[in-house]
Design a protein around this ligand. Structure first.
Ligand code: BGC
Length: 766
């Protein structure tokens, strides 16, 4: 591929390329402002009043470019196209190269590697009229080359610093490979494990999801937009995408405004307020209006209520799909609806490119609306520093140094082991002795291809450490590996060999789960058990009488009551990515004491779904002894494993929490303390969780809501007092009149190691 040397790109190039000469005064002002140093922070005020000099300079630089653009070039900045996947990396379609040359496409996605992006950038800089740099985006969801656990897995770590660091490494690697923008974080709350995309989010809880959303934005964007180790974040999928009816991807979302605001919107808001530069619309409709044409979402809530100043991009062809939704007659009308809603960039649909000029000519949209969208895009290109140096992210030496760097792998190993959740450990089957003779069984035991999960960036599964490799590297006993069966299908011909290996061993470790493509986009499942004959394989191994340690590798909560009952020990290991085998060996042999806690409820049966911890009490709360209460007649209401649940190789004891006052006034902060003691024989970390319940509200309130947590390390026998501060905001909600605030009255403050096992203290707000 043709290489060009690093060329400093100056806005003066824009001026020298102009086919006309603007007024001298304007030129001087424009030049002075356009050449001024890059601005690196998002403005505090979008009103014009009280703007900083840097913000004013940035605005003038943007406007000085805008003033020179043709309508076609403006619409080009609102157009995003994908490149294709070739056997050796990304490739570009001829038509798109032509679009770039004519200024008809201002951004590309799925284009990565310094070599590939440099060549495309060269076309934009050397062969277009205005030399406006391209923006390169990619789905860097849980790693670029070094692949971290899937986001749902990382959420199980409840370690915000580690999550931020993982996002930062992913961004640093991607930025070293020519990228500017990731389509992450996905912050869609979901209570429905049938929905395959639960793997990409932080689970079911609004509060935890919001904190993780902030951590991911901080990690992705770093300290400054424009640093060469950071990317623009894109909060997605706005909004409500995680609540499709029936858990079926892309399906309608319909719920009360109260639920929407209380449970689903806060993580998007938290991410926006953490400074996320861009937002992606969702595929679904909400309250009858598809997100990509929803002005209430994209303008009223996002920009007016939350003060978002970045740009909004559609999801892949979701603008076009508004014709299928049946809210517009054709694609031209879809483009008009989107632009008027506040959507700035069209991902892959080509609608703005094909129809917006006509819509403007017909008076269906205004030039001011188009200009505003273009400004938002140019603004971020300036903030990234691309006008000053369009090749600043194309440094082949940096790319070589950073991708899969040993320190990145070490961090991945650490967060991977923190993401593992110990769900059962009978007879202290775990940890294993290092010299144990192990029968290692199961379709995922010596597998690499599935370990990087779905949305695996530029990851190569050959870089992964398999479970077999990890155990061999850490153990000293014999390890006999037998696959036993595949993830899917009915073939049991490998069972006999697996059983024979089990009979010879001290302990059986069996790795079962889902293939990577069974979770993620367009991967809704109506059944939530283990696919194929895997559970039968486990039963055959259990029948040998040997202890059976089940390691689950999957992208969502599974309904596996029988598997859980028959296993001796059960570990949820999600898809952990590059360092899978090492992280699992650390946990299995006890070099790391597991500390993960479920960020999403595991149901007993798909019939319970949606099942989540922060439900309303109802008028007839569950009573196992009374038929006429809210329950199933064939199964308890309780889940298989509740939200926040996870064991350790040690045990923890909680005191009853104590509040510093039992009565407090509105506006005051209340402090709650609990003493947590490590009652076992090993050092271990515990996620101490704080929940509240408002006992009487103007509307019904959840029976518990997470409002805080602290992850603490305790030595054997050590006890520590843990303090939580509860503010009025923590007790606030959307009241009957939809105003947000707290109401005086009684509250239960609950503390414990998971959402189903809590001790409480009552307080009253006056
Ligand atoms: C997904 C988005 C993703 C986009 C670009 C869509 O199908 O819904 O999450 O960012 O594709 O790859």
């Amino acid at each position: 591929m043709h290489q060009t040397g690093l060329r400093r790109f100056s806005p003066t190039l824009i001026f020298s390329a102009l086919p006309f000469r603007p007024a001298v005064l304007f030129l001087l002002l424009g030049l002075a402002l356009a050449l001024a140093p890059n601005c690196s922070s998002v403005p505090k005020s979008a009103t014009g009043a009280g703007l900083s000099a840097a913000e004013l300079r940035l605005r003038h630089r943007v406007d000085s470019v805008l003033a020179r653009m043709t309508l076609e070039e403006k619409i080009g900045q609102m157009t995003l196209f994908t490149t294709d996947w070739g056997s050796t990396g990304p490739t570009i379609r001829e038509g798109y190269t032509d679009d770039i040359r004519k200024g008809r496409c201002g951004a590309l996605f799925n284009s990565h590697s310094t070599q590939f992006t440099r060549e495309l950038q060269r076309i934009a800089i050397e062969e277009t009229r205005l030399k406006i740099p391209l923006l390169f985006g990619f789905d860097v969801i849980h790693g670029y080359k070094t692949i971290f656990p899937i986001p749902l897995g990382e959420a199980a770590s409840w370690d915000l610093a580690a999550i931020e660091q993982s996002a930062h490494i992913a961004a640093a690697e991607a930025a070293a490979a020519g990228l500017h923008w990731t389509f992450a974080p996905m912050v869609d709350i979901s209570r429905d494990p049938r929905w395959g995309r639960v793997m990409e989010g932080a689970g079911e809880d609004t509060w935890l999801g919001s904190r993780i959303a902030e951590a991911r934005v901080r990690g992705i964007q770093g300290k400054n937009l424009g640093s060469t180790d950071a990317l623009l974040a894109c909060v997605k999928h706005f909004a409500g995408y995680g609540a499709p009816v029936g858990g079926r991807d892309y399906n309608t979302v319909d719920m009360s405004e109260r639920y929407f605001r209380e449970y689903y919107l806060p993580p998007y808001e938290a991410a926006v307020k953490a400074g996320a530069a861009t937002v992606m619309t969702s595929f679904n409709d909400y309250d009858g209006v598809p997100a990509s044409g929803n002005r209430y979402l994209m303008t009223d809530i996002l920009r007016k209520e939350w003060g978002f100043t970045g740009f909004v991009v559609t999801d892949y062809t979701s603008m076009n799909e508004m014709t299928n939704h049946g809210v517009v007659a054709d694609e031209k009308e879809a483009g008009e609806l989107s632009l008027r809603a506040g959507v700035d960039m069209d991902m892959q649909g080509g609608i703005y490119q094909r129809f917006l000029q006509k819509s403007l000519a017909e008076g269906k949209v205004t030039l001011a609306e188009i200009d505003e969208a273009v400004r938002r895009v140019l603004r971020l290109k300036f903030m990234l520093g691309l006008f000053d140096d369009p090749y600043k992210f194309c440094d082949a030496a940096r790319e070589k140094r950073l991708l899969l760097a040993p320190e990145h792998r070490a961090t991945a190993r650490d967060i991977s082991r923190k993401s593992i959740v110990l769900l059962k450990n009978e007879k202290n089957a775990l940890p294993l002795a290092k010299n144990a003779n192990i029968a290692l069984v199961g379709p995922l035991a010596d597998n690499k291809s599935e370990l990087i999960g779905n949305w695996n960036g530029a990851g190569n599964f050959n870089d992964c450490i398999s479970l077999l490799e990890g155990l061999k590297a850490a153990g000293t006993g014999t390890i006999k590996h037998v696959k036993g069966c595949a993830v899917e299908g009915n073939d049991k011909s490998g069972f006999a060999e697996a059983v024979a290996a089990a009979q010879q061993a001290d302990v059986v470790v069996v790795a079962v789960g889902e293939n990577a493509m069974m979770s993620g986009e367009a991967a809704a499942r109506a059944e939530l058990g283990l696919p194929g004959v895997q559970e039968e394989l486990v039963s055959a191994l259990v029948a040998t009488g040997k202890p059976v340690v089940v390691v689950l590798m999957n992208g969502r909560p599974l309904a596996i009551p029988d598997l859980a009952a028959q296993s001796t020990a059960l570990l949820e290991a999600w898809w952990l990515g590059t360092e899978t085998g090492h992280a699992l060996a650390d946990v299995l042999f006890g070099d790391y004491n597991p500390s993960g806690k479920l960020p999403m409820t595991f149901p007993r049966s798909v019939g319970q779904v949606p099942v989540f911890y922060n439900e309303r009490n109802t008028g007839r709360p569950y009573d196992p002894n009374s038929k006429w209460t809210s329950k199933y007649i064939d199964m308890p209401n309780s889940p298989l494993f509740p939200f926040g649940y996870g064991l350790s190789y040690t045990t923890f004891d909680y005191s009853t929490p104590v509040a510093d006052r039992s009565v407090f006034k509105k506006g005051e902060t209340i402090q709650v303390s609990v003493t947590v003691k490590n009652t076992g024989k090993r050092a271990g970390e515990e996620v101490v969780q704080l929940y509240i319940r408002d006992l009487v509200g103007s509307v019904t309130r959840p029976v518990k809501e997470l409002k805080g947590f602290q992850k603490i390390m305790l030595a054997p026998g050590e006890a520590r007092s843990v303090q939580f501060r509860i503010t009025e905001k923590d007790l606030s909600f959307y009241r009957k009149d939809m105003s947000f605030g707290a109401e005086p009255g009684e509250f239960d403050i609950m503390v414990g190691g998971n959402s189903a096992d809590l001790k409480k203290v009552k307080v009253r707000m006056e």
